[in-house]
Ligand binder design. Structure first.
Ligand code: ADP
Ligand code: SF4
Ligand code: MG
Length: 329
């Protein structure tokens, strides 16, 4: 994509492609994905399930299993350092300290075998080199900060003794207590009920330092409106639109983005059917020639079936990949 080069972004990803070797051949899960994050910026990566959001995010801290995965990119620069040429040791340091991940399932970040206090303390010992007693105190303070009552006792609990919401809070504490430069939150609340979801987002917002950047992955445009300043829309392995939150919400240019926005539940239409996007995301085995959205697009033309649209500038820092924009630019 033709994203403008930004002055010293914290993260710059250029033409990232992620492929998986499967029994049925090579599939492309992320195709020429480019984006950047400025220091302190909250960016939403949105799109339906299966579009390649997690694969894109996991490529940043190089967490794609290889084999079967293969990452190729012209550039993944984090704070000026080339992620793709780092040694495993350098990557471990980046993952622990500079980049924190919050996943949908706390069980993927918390070990079922160890008490909460021990898990938190070990992370602090490893990455902040604190004396053991101080690390224990800092961990306990973080439990209190994320709203866990009786934090001294909870330090001795195993994850299974805590509710899903509490485990999620602990995962957030673990992600934030090392003061990361970048937080990658991948559908952090999808497994939680609506009330707990709102609490978890409030927590991330309150606890995150102003100069920490966040890449928030979600299929929920409502969440992005609440949390992010800029948006990347992904469809079937490709970024199809990027822009400021206001540009995307007020003036979506890609028919897929417009469809996602129409699918936001509105209180006023609670009895009516949601205007969802008909059809479904194609499997990576069956991406068509041309625009990947063509089978679901009400505006698809002959050209869309023959070639892939390039990015067109739609306004300041707003771009979309759709042939409908060819006449406008
Ligand atoms: N380990 C893997 N092996 C094969 N295909 C994979 C693997 N991980 C992800 N994929 C495929 O990559 C595509 C994108 O997946 P993902 O990034 O998880 O989507 P999203 O997070 O947007 O729901 C999907 O079609 C998925 O099946
Ligand atoms: S390029 Fe064509 S098929 Fe793709 S979104 Fe635009 S109009 Fe629809
Ligand atoms: Mg995902």
């Amino acid at each position: 994509m033709t994203e403008q080069k930004k002055q010293n972004p914290l993260l710059s990803v250029r033409n990232l492609t992620v492929q998986f070797e499967t029994d049925d051949g090579l599939v492309t899960a992320a195709d020429q994905v480019s984006f950047h994050l400025m220091k302190g910026e909250n960016v939403g990566l949105v799109g339906e399930s299966g579009c390649g959001k997690s694969v894109t995010a996991l490529s940043i801290p190089r967490l794609i299993p290889s084999p079967p995965g293969r990452i190729a990119a012209d550039e993944i620069l984090f704070d000026g350092q080339d992620i793709l040429s780092m040694t495993s040791k350098e990557m471990r340091q980046i993952r622990g300290r500079a980049v924190s991940m919050i996943f949908q399932e706390p069980s993927s970040a918390l070990s079922p075998l160890h008490r909460i206090g021990r898990q938190m303390t070990e992370a602090l010992l490893l990455h902040r080199k604190l004396p053991e007693k101080e690390a224990w105190q800092v961990a306990q303070q973080w439990l209190a900060k994320v709203g866990i009552a009786d934090s001294p006792e909870r330090m001795y609990a195993y994850p299974f003794q805590l509710s899903g919401g509490m485990q999620q809070r602990i995962m957030i504490a673990m992600a934030l207590m090392l003061s990361p430069r970048l937080i990658i939150a991948d559908e952090p609340t999808t497994a939680l009920d609506v009330t707990t979801q709102a609490q978890v987002f409030d927590l991330i917002r309150d606890m995150k330092q102003d100069d920490t950047s966040m890449l928030l992955i979600t299929h929920d445009m409502g969440v992005v409106w609440e949390m992010c300043e800029r948006i990347l829309v992904m469809y079937a392995s490709q970024i199809v639109e990027t822009g400021s939150r206001d540009a995307i919400f007020k003036n979506p240019k890609h028919p897929y983005t417009a469809g996602l926005l129409k699918a936001i539940p509105k209180l006023t239409t609670s009895r009516g059917k949601l205007k969802d996007i008909p059809g479904q995301v194609p499997s990576p085995f069956h991406y068509p020639e041309g625009c990947h959205f063509q089978a679901r697009c009400p505006f698809a033309m002959k050209q869309c079936r023959e070639s892939q649209p390039r990015f067109y500038e739609c306004g300041p820092d707003h771009q979309a990949a759709c042939f409908l924009l060819a006449s406008e630019s």
